[in-house]
Design a protein around this ligand. Structure first.
Ligand code: SF4
Length: 446
């Protein structure tokens, strides 16, 4: 049987989609292999969030094409969608599959390369395919989940797609323009299946996950309902929400997080800038006052909630003075963890029309300064639990021989000495020290 290899570039939504795409290839009889090995088909789920992500997408396509003569290199995802829309030829790629149809990538491949497997049915139909299609007789079979998920203790569950916020720096509304929420029943069915294969933590995700629910106002389940329902599934010990827009945090969601013991006290609230002039220029739907108020509300009911975020330095028009406001606001907000990005123009975005007036060296300098501030707040946040015993989901080897590592509920990465068989379990660890960079160190109390 032909072999297929998958590579995921980008966000948790992409990661979820890549797993489901691989399953659909396996269900059709492909043998899955590692991306570094020769394969008949390579599928790359690309990203276009920064210029660097575009460069990596192009690089992966060229690399895959060199790995085996005649291999079919297939790209989908945001970079591929942008290439389709702008007519860019991608060196090494044999097929580009639209983002809105990526769940039918297997069918697209077999329609384009029928020599791979005798395959009759055509892929095209009028419904976008942004969520997994039902396998015969129901949703994804647990067996195929097992084969795909292996020992993944933390699983990503996509419930929503699309975004219409049109932030000035972001091309996603152009590359993921199907606003869709997955049926509540489907979400629960898949979450229960994940529980059957030993998943301990489910990360609920979407492109604009806060928009989950019927957009027609007809009521129906919303994001808070999803979190509670998934958290109620026996053997699921933790539910975590991935990145959410600060303006999509209703009281109902805060109450669900504050009261349900299995919902992780962690929220990735994407801020992007700590200056109101820049937030306005970015077309972000809030200012720093609003953001601080939401953070205050969350900390009011969950004092040890881990608030993590994204910040961009060097956005067009960001003077030294405006950047200082971001430094000051980051100090004030005391984030538990921060991703700091250097601004890079994205195709078709509003900011692409603005002069990229912050020199590269100055972006580098601001990136270093802001990162230093954010590492200090990360260390300070982690220190708030010193001496306490916290639950850690063990996911990986630690930084030293004999150590394991994993995340607490409020998203502090924790290292401790422990035997390898504890991987995949949630164990109690008493925190004794904060390591440089903000990880905590502790003693296993199991
Ligand atoms: S909310 Fe803004 S940054 Fe996030 S996906 Fe939508 S447009 Fe992009």
């Amino acid at each position: 049987m032909p072999t297929a290899a998958f590579s995921n570039l980008g966000c948790k939504v992409n990661q979820y989609e890549t797993e489901r795409m691989a399953e659909s290839f396996e269900a059709l009889g492909f043998t899955l292999t590692d991306f570094r090995q020769p394969a008949d088909v390579y599928v790359i789920n690309t990203c276009s969030v920064t210029a660097d992500a575009d460069r990596k997408s192009r690089q992966m396509a060229r690399r895959a094409a060199r790995q085996k003569d005649g291999a079919k290199v297939v790209l989908t995802g945001c970079f591929a969608q942008m290439a389709l829309d702008t007519g860019e030829a991608v060196d090494g790629a044999a097929l580009l599959v639209p983002n809105g149809d990526k769940m039918r990538t297997a069918a697209h491949v077999l329609a384009a390369f029928p020599e791979l497997i005798q395959y009759t049915s055509s892929p095209a139909n009028d419904q976008p395919a942004v969520f997994p299609e039902s396998a015969p007789g129901g949703l994804i079979s647990p067996e195929s989940l097992v084969s795909r998920m292996g020992h993944r203790t933390r699983a990503t569950l996509k419930i929503q797609d699309g975004c219409t916020y049109f932030c000035g720096f972001c091309s996603i509304p152009y590359t993921r323009n199907v606003m869709a929420s997955r049926p509540f029943a489907d979400v629960l069915t898949e979450a229960r299946q994940m529980a059957t294969v030993g998943t301990k933590e489910i990360v609920v995700t979407g492109v604009c996950v806060g928009a989950y629910g019927p957009s027609d106002g007809s009521g129906g389940e919303d994001l808070a309902d999803v979190l509670v329902a998934v958290a109620d599934i026996p053997s699921i010990e933790r539910v975590r929400l991935s990145s959410v827009q600060p303006v999509e945090i209703p009281d109902k969601l805060i109450a669900a997080m504050a009261t349900h013991p299995n919902i992780a006290p962690h929220l990735h609230l994407s801020l992007q800038s700590g200056d109101d002039t820049i937030l306005k220029a970015m077309n972000r739907p809030y200012d720093t006052g609003f953001f601080a108020e939401i953070a205050g509300k969350l900390r009011g009911v969950m004092p040890r909630i881990g608030l993590t975020t994204d910040l961009i330095v060097g956005y067009p028009g960001e003077t030294r003075e405006l950047f200082e406001n971001t430094l000051e606001f980051a100090r004030k907000m005391q984030f538990a963890r921060t991703h700091v990005f250097r601004y890079s123009p994205r195709q078709r975005t509003a900011a692409e029309l603005l002069r990229d007036d912050v020199p590269y060296e100055e972006k580098e300098r601001r990136h270093r300064e802001l990162t230093a501030v954010c590492v200090a707040t990360q260390e300070a946040f982690a220190a708030g639990d010193l001496g306490k015993t916290v639950d850690v989901l063990v996911e990986a080897k630690g930084a030293q021989e004999g150590w394991l590592s994993g995340y607490t509920g409020n998203y502090v990465r924790t290292q401790f000495a422990a035997p390898p068989h504890l991987r995949g379990r949630i164990v109690p660890v008493r925190l004794t020290e904060i390591l440089p960079g903000g990880d905590a160190f502790g003693i296993l109390e199991d």
